[in-house]
Design a protein around this ligand. Sequence first.
Ligand SMILES: Cc1cc2nc3c(=O)[nH]c(=O)nc-3n(C[C@H](O)[C@H](O)[C@H](O)COP(=O)(O)OP(=O)(O)OC[C@H]3O[C@@H](n4cnc5c(N)ncnc54)[C@H](O)[C@@H]3O)c2cc1C
Length: 292
Amino acid sequence: MEGPHAPRAVPGFELVAPASVEEAIAALRAADDGGATAIAGGTDLLLDLDDGRLAPRRVVSLRRLPWRTLDWLDGALTVGATLPLRSLEDDREVRRRLPGLWQAVHAVGSVALRHRATLGGNLGRSAPASDLIPMLLALDAEVDLVGPRGERRVPVDDFVRASRRTALLPGELIRSVRVPEPRPSAYLWQRVRPANDISQIAVAVAFSPGRRHWSIAVAGMPPRPALLPDVARDLGDGAPSDAALTAAAARASRAVPITGDQRASEEYRRRLVGTLLTRAVRAVPFEGGRPL
Ligand SMILES: Cc1cc2nc3c(=O)[nH]c(=O)nc-3n(C[C@H](O)[C@H](O)[C@H](O)COP(=O)(O)OP(=O)(O)OC[C@H]3O[C@@H](n4cnc5c(N)ncnc54)[C@H](O)[C@@H]3O)c2cc1C
């Protein structure tokens, strides 16, 4: 068979599955010049290998590492990098305390995909239309990294650079993601098909009860999901008035990160972002100016 759909031989690679974090880091480091790459659920990476975008000499599976975890400590949620998204979605406390995160996880692909896909892989891929990154931005989440030089914690906003570009150093791995506090929150998206498709535009909103401020993030277009601090300020320090919400929606539709590409025009996205923002903020439950 010839043409664009002809079968293509994927270059061979060595597959290793270390049982310890130290061995995994060493296995990544041992293949120099970007010759090694990590694999978690493989839902992104296998496509990259198949398309020839990546041709590593070694693939390091993370499946044996003890990172399929979910812990609440002093109100903070820590999610291990290799926990399948479906387990996060099945957790009642996540749904109750971080409804926006639950909605964002629920938005990823299909049930079958979420049984394999992981939070670490979503951050590692760092796609402009990721459903999880905008919500993690709005929740002020941080990424815990481990590598040849030890451990470090990086805000998601500093970790994500652009499509397939992150703050990961050679040999470094995402160990877990930390969400500092439960927040009333919501996540809304627009896409052509509900499942197995990615968002043309999405809006994540969260309210911090302690600091009494809103965080708003948008996703769907290059180079990366982004926070909109000016829009968040328009919403004030509690349940916003209709006038404040209208001002915020208008400012969001003028926001710099909104651009057009092959999946949606700039005009379409600018029209939609205000509507999604208004609906998302209204979906966050308040009573007497306080979040429920
Ligand atoms: C049909 C289909 C539909 C999809 N729909 C959506 C969607 O609606 N929303 C959405 O956000 N995404 C979607 N995706 C993308 C994908 O499923 C997610 O990004 C998923 O979370 C990736 O996780 P994974 O474990 O499969 O990553 P993998 O494919 O295993 O890895 C992805 C990248 O991250 C790196 N990586 C993985 N784990 C780590 C780690 N612990 N430390 C450092 N680097 C790491 C890998 O080296 C690789 O570069 C879809 C994909 C497909 C194929």
